[in-house]
Every structure is written in structure tokens, then in C-alpha cells.
Design a protein around this ligand. Structure first.
Ligand code: NAP
Length: 408
């Protein structure tokens, strides 16, 4: 299996513009990708762009980057998209299957930036045709990591990590030999509640949780940063991406978000990757890989920063991290259940229906309920993984309906 970052033959850069598709183009990662592409139009030719229902924003992007096709997942948004693209020559399509088909367009490079487990199918479609996939959608590896990495190896697809921590590890590995690695360390900002007491965290509101100190991101991942579930999902992502056992993946809280990931080698060397807290840095790395392009972000000024600090993560105040680590160790479908329950819990929290601590409590209760029903066997296909995802969501909703988990 080809593992990103370890010694391998790096392909020569392709002559001519790189053809790209952006799945989830209207989101936070998608817009950063569009921004980079617009700055280097001669380097990129855009095949397809997709969104869920944000038709007007998608049509604007499609026009700006000269895409061949724009696709919305929600069929009700089709009319709006078609009208907004009238006279441009850009094809419009709608529906879940059309999003999968967008991934099949002959782009060499696909940005997988749909949020949530709905991104599994289109991302797998891109992997199975052997594309270079810039993977932002961590749910692919969390929900069906073994399947994805096996499919990538079989199809000769290249998986490039977009998540800043995994991208940092990818860069820090620098083509080293697997046997020389001791461990990797993913850094975490600690989120908005890093310094809050357990008592204060209990009363945290969605508005407070959505105010991330360092990163501008979509709502789901921002709440996950506040609970530290995001770091937990990233542990599982790293476990599959780099084919590492759980004991060789650590987390360190680093409030400045300058060091994104570190690799410790057996001779005691620790190689870290640093950069501004702007997703355009890792996205630019993936977009140009194996070359580099000019990044538009302000350069890192370490003297102005003065200090970089590190501390252990506190799993008492942030139990989601320990739940994710346990799910990684359990393996099978435990991470799939963890992710599904978390998606339900975060949506409920944002809607104001459950409290902040209830997010981790609901995830834990759903994992217990799934284990009791014998649902944790390793999913044998994407359909099986999505089946577990579906059941786990129902379990989580039932637990809330039956008041088995305290909402407040
Ligand atoms: N944001 C970051 O800095 C960051 C960093 C690392 C990793 N990631 C990961 O990258 C992924 C995207 O995150 P994000 O923050 O960019 O999310 P986001 O801002 O919420 O954007 C999500 C994108 O997915 C589309 N989408 C949502 N539901 C869909 C559906 N049912 N079918 C098809 N498309 C759908 C959205 O379209 P609409 O606009 O129409 O809703 C939008 O284009 C997540 O897996 C996240 O964990 C994000």
C-alpha cells in the first residue's frame, strides 16, 4: 500500500494545466481552493464544481473558474442553478447521483471538501478511477478508512491530506522510511474553551462555541474543535492515512496554531511543519503537489509571535477526545458510529436543543447502544458503512427522544 509521506517515487509534474474538480466548492475549504485557482488560472482547468443547495454561490464560482459543469445535490435547487448559468455554456445538473458523477469527470485532481459522511460516495468514485484526491473530508477515513485506503492502493489513486495537521505530517515525513518513525504528533488549538473551567464549559452556548480563536471554518468542524472531537476524528484519520497503530499517534495542545504537526524519528529528531493558520497553505501544497505555488497568505513572523507553547490535552474537560481514541482502538464500525452520533449531536447543539456537554454524552451513549446491538463489525463496503451511519443516527435520535441522554 502506498502511504502518503513515506518514501516513494514522486511523479514528475504534468505538462500543461492540471484539470481539477472541487466537491463542496461553496464551503470553507472549497472557497479557499477556488481562491487559489483564481490566482493561477493558467495552471488549472476546472472540470466540475459541486454544492448541496447553494445554487447562486455555486453558479458564481463556476463562472469565475470557467467550470464545464456545476452540480447541486438538492434537486430543488436545479432551476435556480440552471437559470444562473443560462448563456454561459456551463452545464447544470442536480441530485445525489449527479454529485457522484461529478467526481467521475476526467479531472486529474479532485478536492474532496463536502462536509460529513455524505462525502463518502463521491470521494470513493474519484478514488476508484485513480485520481489524485486532496482529502479534506475526514469522514471518509473515519467512517470507512480501511476501505478507502485499500481502494486507493488498488486503483493507484494518490491521497493528499488537506487537513492542516495531516498535511504537516505528510510534509514532515519527507519521504522517510517507515521503520525510522517513532511517532507522529497532531497539534490542537484547544478551541475556544481551552482555558475555561468544567463548570463554565457546561453552560457554553452555540454562539460561544462557534467563535474559534484561530481558524475560520464551517460550523460542524468549528463545534468539533470546541469539544475537541475534531482532534479525535483526526487521530482516526491519521491512523488510516499513515497506516500507524494508535500508540504511535499523539495529540498536543498548541494554542498559537503555528506548528501543525510533528514527526519523531528513532534517532530522536523531531521534524515539525509550521505555517500561518490559514487553510490555503495546506490546500496550496496539495494543489501544486509535487511542486509548490506562491501562497497568498501573510508570511510567518516568528519574532513577532515571540512564543510557541505546548500543553497536554485535558480529557476530563474534553471527553470527546478520549471517546474518539477509544473508538479508534475498538476499530471496526466504532468510528463510523462515533462520527454519525457526533453529526447528530452537533446539529442538535447548534439548533439549541441540547447542551454542550450533551454532545459527548450522546456520542458515548450511542456507541454503547450500537455495541449492545452488535453493530460494530468492520463495514465491508461503502454501502455497509453508510448503513451503520444511518442506524447510528437513528439510535442517537431515539436516545434523545427517550430522554436517555440529558439534553441540558
Ligand atoms: N474548514 C476547514 O478549515 C477544514 C479543515 C480541515 C478539514 N476540513 C474538513 O473538510 C470538509 C469540509 O469542511 P468545511 O468546513 O469546508 O465545510 P462547509 O463550509 O460546511 O462546506 C461544506 C460543503 O459541502 C457541501 N455539502 C453539504 N452537504 C452536502 C450534501 N448533502 N451533498 C453535497 N454537498 C454537500 C456544501 O454545499 P452548500 O454550500 O450548498 O451547503 C459546501 O459546499 C469537512 O469534512 C471538514 O471536516 C475542513
Amino acid at each position: 500500500m502506498t502511504v502518503p509521506g513515506f518514501a516513494r517515487t514522486v511523479p514528475h509534474a504534468v505538462a500543461g494545466p492540471r484539470s481539477v474538480t472541487i466537491l463542496g466548492a461553496t464551503g470553507s475549504v472549497g472557497l479557499s481552493t477556488v481562491d487559489l485557482i483564481k490566482r493561477e488560472p493558467q495552471r488549472y482547468r476546472v472540470e466540475a464544481v459541486s454544492a448541496n443547495r447553494n445554487a447562486l454561490a455555486l453558479a458564481k464560482i463556476a463562472r469565475e473558474v470557467g467550470a464545464r459543469v456545476a452540480v447541486v445535490a438538492d434537486p430543488q435547487s436545479y432551476g435556480e442553478l440552471k437559470e444562473a448559468l443560462a448563456g454561459t455554456g456551463i452545464a447544470a445538473a442536480a441530485g445525489v447521483d449527479a454529485v457522484d458523477e461529478a467526481a467521475l469527470y476526467p479531472a486529474d485532481w479532485v478536492m474532496a471538501a463536502i462536509a460529513g459522511s455524505v462525502g463518502l460516495r463521491p470521494t470513493m468514485a474519484a478514488i476508484e478511477r485513480g485520481a489524485t484526491v486532496a482529502l479534506a473530508n475526514k469522514e471518509c477515513l473515519v467512517c470507512a478508512g480501511s476501505l478507502f485506503m485499500r481502494a486507493a492502493a488498488k486503483a493507484g489513486a494518490t491521497v493528499l491530506p488537506v487537513d492542516s495537521e495531516h498535511n504537516a505530517v505528510f510534509q514532515a515525513l519527507g519521504g522517510s522510511r517507515r521503520e525510522d518513525l517513532r511517532r507522529i504528533i497532531l497539534t490542537a488549538s484547544g478551541g475556544p474553551f481551552r482555558t475555561w473551567t468544567a463548570e463554565a464549559i457546561k453552560a457554553a452556548t452555540p454562539e460561544q462555541a462557534l467563535r474559534h480563536p484561530n481558524w475560520v471554518m464551517g460550523p460542524k468542524i468549528t463545534i468539533d474543535s470546541a469539544t475537541m472531537m475534531n482532534k479525535g476524528l483526526e487521530l482516526i484519520e491519521a491512523h488510516h492515512l499513515f497506516a500507524l497503530p494508535p500508540d504511535e499517534i499523539d495529540v498536543l495542545v498548541h494554542p498559537q496554531s503555528v506548528v501543525h504537526g510533528l514527526v519523531e524519528f528513532r534517532d530522536g529528531s523531531v521534524v515539525a511543519q509550521m505555517g500561518p493558520a490559514d487553510m490555503r497553505v495546506p490546500i496550496a501544497h496539495c494543489l501544486a503537489w509535487p511542486e509548490r505555488i506562491d501562497g497568498p497568505v501573510a508570511r510567518l513572523d516568528l519574532a513577532a509571535l515571540g512564543q510557541l507553547t505546548f500543553e497536554e490535552a485535558d480529557s476530563m474537560r474534553f471527553p470527546a477526545l478520549a471517546l474518539a481514541r477509544q473508538a479508534m482502538r475498538t476499530g471496526g464500525a466504532a468510528p463510523t458510529v462515533l462520527n454519525a452520533a457526533d453529526e447528530v449531536a452537533v446539529a442538535e447543539f447548534i439548533a439549541g436543543r441540547i447542551s454542550f456537554p450533551a454532545i459527548a454524552a450522546l456520542v458515548e451513549a450511542t456507541l454503547e447502544a450500537a455495541a449492545a446491538r452488535g453493530l460494530l463489525a468492520d463495514p465491508a463496503s461503502i454501502d455497509a458503512a453508510l448503513g451503520v451511519d444511518h442506524i447510528a443516527r437513528s439510535l442517537a435520535r431515539d436516545l434523545l427522544l427517550n430522554n436517555a441522554v440529558k439534553a441540558s
